[in-house]
Structures are given as C-alpha cells and as structure tokens.
Design a protein around this ligand. Structure first.
Ligand SMILES: Cc1cc2nc3c(=O)[nH]c(=O)nc-3n(C[C@H](O)[C@H](O)[C@H](O)COP(=O)(O)OP(=O)(O)OC[C@H]3O[C@@H](n4cnc5c(N)ncnc54)[C@H](O)[C@@H]3O)c2cc1C
Ligand code: FES
Length: 267
C-alpha cells in the first residue's frame, strides 16, 4: 500500500451528462500491485474541505503505461470537488486498498452488475480472459442511454458474452438483472462476482445459494480512514459454524464471500 501523489493524465465527463459519470486516468507507481476489486482512497481537495478521503474502485489497470482508470458518479461534495481536478495536476491517494476478487484460473466466470456496480468488474474480466476463462456479463441498468454512458462499449470490445437488462425495456431484457439471470441457462459450476446496490447483491447471492457457484460480492460502506483503524465501515459476517463477527469493508473487503455476508444486517 502506498501513499502517493498521482498525476492526472485524463479527466472528463462520460456519456450523457444527466448520469454525471466521470472518467479519471491517473499515472501512478503502484500499478504492479493492483488487483481487480481493490480501491483507492482519494484526497479530493488540497485544503481541508472535505477533510475525509473518498473511496473509488479501480476500474482499469494499464501496467505498461503505469496508469489506473477510475469511473465515478458525481454524488455530493467530495465528488463535486473532484470533478474540478485538471490533467497535469496531482491527486493524493492511498492505495491499492482492500481485498479484491479471486481471479479464476479456468472454467466460467459470471459477472453480475447493477448500475454503476459495473465499474470494478472490467479489470477482473480482462485478467480472467487472459487466463483463458470463459467470461459472461449480466448487467442491469435503467435504460440504454445509462448503459452506454457507463461504458457499455468497453465491454462490447471484449471477447465475452454481454447480456443486459433495462427497467424501461429500451435494451435487452425488460426488468432487473435477476430477471435477466432467470432467462439464461447457466453452466453447472464456476465463479460469480457481483457488484451493485445491497438489495440486488443479496438477491443474487440467494439466487446462486443452492448451486455449485462460488459467489463473491463487493460491498460498499461509508469510510473514514480506509485502513482498518476507525471502525467506520463495519459489516456483519457469519462463519461456517454460524458464528457472527464484524468485518471491516475497507480492510477485510470490499470483496467478501457472499455466503459469509449477513445481508439482513446490511439492508
Ligand atoms: C470500496 C468502495 C468503492 C467505491 N467505488 C466507487 C466507484 O468506483 N465509483 C463511484 O462512483 N463510487 C464509488 N464508491 C462510492 C463513493 O465512494 C461515494 O459515492 C463517494 O464517496 C461520495 O462522496 P461525496 O462527497 O460525493 O458524497 P457525499 O454523499 O457528500 O459523501 C459524504 C460522506 O459519505 C461517504 N459516502 C457517501 N456515499 C457513500 C457510498 N455509497 N459508499 C461509501 N461512502 C459513501 C463519503 O465518502 C463521505 O465521507 C465506492 C465506495 C466504496 C466504499
Ligand atoms: S474506514 Fe476506517 S476502519 Fe474502515
């Protein structure tokens, strides 16, 4: 884990401005260490406001160019300040942080995304593909314009099956990502990586419960330190003996085995 001043090489809005999605490319030294599913903790302001860093997943890793890509949605004060950062400027970050996804070495990998939960999944798809894994994406969003604004073309450029659902039926199956999954004949076993809103991840976890799939979910919690020190990001986990324990999303996660997560406590 490093604390470093990254240099902004590209920064700008992506797609239809109504979705407020931004793409930020940073030149950093730590690309060799980065694993899919990890995140960086960004100091968005050079001053004291806002004081707390903001966690953003690593959505692209280019080890040759020593660059990482972050995709984020403008939400409140922190991300608003971040949008003002310009190429050539420095941005202080802590990272790479947390435990990422398991990259399978063979077999089938299903990626299941809800909305902007798609962002951390691209590096996982790329690493698994490079190992010869069969990768299949199921992605649900509000409508076609949102999916295109959130990077659908990055996925269509990969050699994988891309299945989408939209709530308004403007693209793919009408409904949510669970409706999409139910319409597909699934492989007998493999791995699943899921990222999106908590209720959606809980439902996907339940969907695969009685199957031979090993499911990992990337959780989101409000964060303070990002380093396991402040207990700002705890979640409830249950081990195989049924014993409950607390996990820190920043350090023990953000990626957890879905069957370990006590979803009721999180919703
Ligand atoms: C591990 C992890 C990875 C993430 N990856 C991405 C990503 O790739 N792209 C993206 O758009 N967003 C991502 N988020 C959510 C992102 O961190 C929040 O949207 C952002 O911090 C909001 O900050 P704000 O000041 O703009 O909003 P405000 O609502 O003003 O934030 C106020 C405070 O709440 C915290 N906060 C608010 N919403 C969230 C949230 N949903 N999760 C965690 N903390 C929150 C902020 O960090 C800040 O401390 C991630 C969150 C986590 C925990
Ligand atoms: S954010 Fe401080 S312990 Fe996780």
């Amino acid at each position: 884990m490093l604390l470093e001043d990254a240099i902004i090489t590209e920064h700008g809005g992506m797609g239809d401005p109504q979705y407020k999605i931004w793409r930020l490319v940073l030149k950093i030294e730590m690309t060799k260490e980065v694993k899919p599913g990890q995140f960086v903790h960004l100091k968005v302001s050079t001053g004291r406001d806002p004081l707390l860093r903001r966690p953003i997943s690593i959505a692209g890793i280019d080890r040759d160019k020593q660059e990482i890509t972050l995709l984020y949605r403008l939400k409140g004060k922190g991300t608003e300040v971040l949008t003002q950062a310009k190429p050539g400027e420095k941005l202080n970050l802590l990272g790479p942080l947390g435990q990422g996804f398991t990259v399978p070495q063979s077999g089938t990998l299903y990626l299941v995304a809800g909305g902007i939960g798609i962002f951390p999944l691209l590096p996982l798809a790329q690493e698994a593909l490079a190992l010869g894994v069969t990768v299949h994406l199921f992605w649900g969003g509000g409508n076609q314009s949102f999916l295109e604004s959130a990077g659908l073309s990055f996925w269509q450029a990969l050699d994988i099956a891309v299945e989408v659902s939209t709530l308004d039926g403007s693209m793919g199956v009408q409904g949510n990502v669970l409706d999409l999954l139910r319409k597909h004949e699934l492989a007998e076993s493999g791995r699943v990586a899921v990222c999106g809103p908590m209720p959606m991840m809980a439902a996907v976890s339940e969907f695969f419960k009685e199957t031979n799939f090993e499911v990992e979910a990337s959780l989101e919690e409000r964060m303070g330190c990002g380093l396991g020190a402040c207990l700002g990001c705890v979640c409830t986990l249950r081990d195989e003996q049924g014993k409950l324990r607390r996990g820190k999303v920043c350090k023990d996660g953000p990626v957890f085995r879905a069957k370990e997560v006590v979803w009721d406590a999180a919703l």
